[in-house]
Design a protein around this ligand. Structure first.
Ligand SMILES: Cc1cc2nc3c(=O)[nH]c(=O)nc-3n(C[C@H](O)[C@H](O)[C@H](O)COP(=O)(O)OP(=O)(O)OC[C@H]3O[C@@H](n4cnc5c(N)ncnc54)[C@H](O)[C@@H]3O)c2cc1C
Length: 446
């Protein structure tokens, strides 16, 4: 017999399953793919957290209130502040899980949406392996290649999950942790057609199944029209290793195929994602010099220029005209663009696009002037879809009219309401882990 079925074996599903089993419930975890992991296992491993030992060691002054205020700002007023407060209040669950797995690194940085360094690099696969081992140790039954396709309802309460012609009873409630819909062209076309041409990425099983199942029961949606791709991936990237690079946050400029800049490169990679999709050929080169090249952080996702070079995707040239020729861009235009940018960095003129810093307006800019020169051709990838089901702070799924769907809980990327119109780096993983735990606790509270 099973008390609770958890649908989806990424970070949120593992966190929920482990916690439920630790509370003494009998848990079945369904994963439709041959392996657990989803987008979580493919991710960069950045977690947004405050009050950590690493922040303290690094002398970073941060607080719960600043964390919430930054997320509210990033979300452009669209996110649900009650959810953001709940995330910050319960981040100790994430910190404890990372502690138990001994999955911390020493990497801490400021990134999209942050006014202070709050992005912590975590060994994500080690964390997932520890959660999975713990879950199995606590008695969770993991069913791979078992996709759910519907919810069983008794009266108005969700009491089970349907898998084809079978149904699994789940009398204490069902937790949806099916991830987003980055792999569903149909849902992207429906919700965000202007983004649908982004490179499909994220977990291969992330086709919005949880959304559809809850939708059938009248679930409300949040933030869904704000879903945006992430800029910075090579067009030939495989599913085995993402190639996201944001050399722009190290000082690179973005150049379109006409040789022009078109934006403030320090903006969120989500905003840049939308802007790059609108450029000719839907791509932009990250162009930089040897000063920026030397800022590469091998092994650190988003900053590892060395890895991009190893993969053969970095263009190198001894001069700007040669670089322009390699990229198929008119040399005169590229030289003119770089001259104007360098003059703005030197303070001789206003920047054409209002850039004042490396990331989020913070960090000193350097001119593009020291040979050799480099370019990384990159597109917008739909790595994750941050809009989804409307939920209460205890993860109960809410109907369109705001009432709770009895017995139905959801956590992770299937949920909306946290990110609003944009996204702070690291909040997706923190949200998956924290609210996976919260879903379990909510079920136990009854
Ligand atoms: C390349 C990349 C880099 C990223 N980097 C970061 C980062 O550094 N920091 C950050 O915060 N976020 C990052 N993200 C986003 C983040 O990884 C995800 O938002 C988060 O991992 C989602 O966790 P989840 O548990 O909700 O979903 P997932 O980890 O995607 O798990 C969902 C699981 O549910 C399964 N599933 C789906 N439908 C069904 C069904 N019907 N039945 C059974 N199983 C089903 C899927 O196969 C999948 O295994 C990144 C994403 C990508 C793709």
């Amino acid at each position: 017999m099973t008390d609770v079925v958890v649908v989806g074996g990424g970070l949120a599903g593992l966190a929920a399953s482990r916690r439920l089993a630790r509370h003494g419930l009998r848990v079945a975890l369904l994963e439709k793919r041959p392996e657990l992991g989803g987008s979580s296992a493919m991710s960069g491993g950045w977690f947004a957290l405050c009050g950590t030992a690493l922040q303290q060691r690094s002398g970073v002054r941060d607080s719960d209130d600043v964390f919430v205020a930054d997320m509210v700002d990033t979300g452009g007023g669209y996110s649900d502040e009650a959810l953001l407060r709940a995330l910050v209040e319960r981040q100790a669950h994430a910190i404890a899980a990372i502690d138990r797995a001994e999955a911390w690194t020493d990497e801490l940085k400021g990134s999209a949406g942050m006014t202070v360094p709050r992005a912590h690099l975590v060994r994500i696969r080690r964390l997932m392996a520890a959660l999975a081992a713990d879950a199995v140790g606590a008695g969770v039954a993991i069913h791979r290649e078992r996709g759910a396709d519907g919810l069983v309802v008794d009266g108005s309460r969700v009491v089970g999950v349907r898998c084809g012609s079978d149904s699994l009873p789940s009398p204490a409630g069902v937790v949806l942790t099916t991830g987003g819909f980055s792999r569903s062209r149909e849902l992207l076309d429906l919700f965000v057609p202007a983004q649908a041409s982004a490179m499909p990425y994220g977990g291969a099983g992330n086709t919005g199944d949880g959304l559809r199942m809850a939708w059938m029961l009248g679930a409300g949606l949040a933030d869904i029209g704000h879903v945006t791709g992430t800029y910075g991936q090579h067009a030939d990237t495989s599913d085995d290793e993402h190639e996201l690079l944001t050399a722009n946050y190290l000082g690179a400029i973005l150049i379109n195929v006409r040789g022009e800049r078109f934006t403030d490169e320090s903006a969120s990679y989500k905003r840049l994602g939308a802007e790059v999709l609108a450029q000719p050929e839907g791509m932009a080169f990250q162009v930089f010099d040897s000063v920026v090249r030397a800022r590469s952080r091998p092994g650190v996702p988003l900053s590892d220029i060395d890895r991009i070079a190893e993969l053969g995707h970095l263009v190198t040239a001894p001069s700007i005209p040669v670089l322009a020729a390699e990229l198929g861009i008119p040399a005169r235009v590229l030289e003119g663009t770089i001259e104007r940018y360098n003059a703005a960095v030197a303070g001789a003129r206003q920047d054409d696009h209002g850039r004042t810093g490396l990331v989020n307006g913070v960090g000193a800019l350097t001119p593009v002037e020291s040979a050799p020169f480099f370019a990384y051709p990159a597109v917008t990838a739909m790595t994750s879809t941050y809009g989804g089901l409307r939920v209460a702070p205890d993860t109960a799924v809410l109907r369109v009219d705001g009432s709770r769907i009895d017995g139905l809980f959801a956590a992770g990327e299937v949920v909306g309401g946290f990110h609003g119109s944009s996204y702070m780096t690291g909040t997706a993983l923190t949200k998956a882990l924290v609210f996976g735990v919260e879903a379990a606790d909510a079920i136990v509270r009854g």
